[in-house]
Design a protein around this ligand. Structure first.
Ligand code: 5GP
Length: 135
């Protein structure tokens, strides 16, 4: 079964398409987190960032930059979030890799919470386990 983004790619459902090339496309997100919120989506369907070939993933970021530069000229935001959710727990709802490009206009127009209570031991353990997995 096709993903919703494959249906958009194949013009079976409408979208506000901003950009397309052989590897990726970019269109306005139907639920605008902020004004101008866009998605950059692979043309081939991969489940998420971790399943996507590197050359596609890096091109998604390059196109995300191009889209952000255009949004900056058109809408004059003060900043951006580039975001890709991996897994339901992280908020992924469409299992076809995509990068959110979210213009930011005022503090807290989008919120994430970060925690500052990690102990030195926790950091050491994290460093050990992730470094081991990297090698
Ligand atoms: P996720 O939750 O997977 O990180 O992001 C999926 C995004 O796709 C959501 O922000 C949602 O609003 C957007 N979306 C879902 N269905 C459609 C659609 O049919 N058209 C467009 N343009 N965006 C969609």
């Amino acid at each position: 079964m096709k993903t919703i983004f494959e249906k958009i790619r194949d013009k079976e459902i409408p979208s506000y398409m901003l950009y397309e090339d052989d590897l990726v496309m970019s269109f306005l997100d139907i639920s605008q987190a902020t004004k101008g919120h866009c998605l950059v989506v692979s043309k081939e369907s991969y489940k998420d960032v971790l399943e996507t070939p590197d050359h596609v993933l890096s091109h998604m970021m390059v196109v995300g930059k191009k889209i952000a530069e255009a949004i900056r000229v058109a809408l004059n935001p003060k900043g951006f979030n580039f975001l890709s959710n991996v897994g339901e727990i992280a908020g992924q709802t469409v299992f076809h890799v995509h990068l959110h490009v979210i213009p930011r206009y005022v503090k807290d127009d989008v919120t994430f919470s970060f925690h500052e209570n990690t102990s030195e031991k926790d950091f050491d353990d994290l460093l050990t386990s992730i470094t081991k997995a990297l090698s």
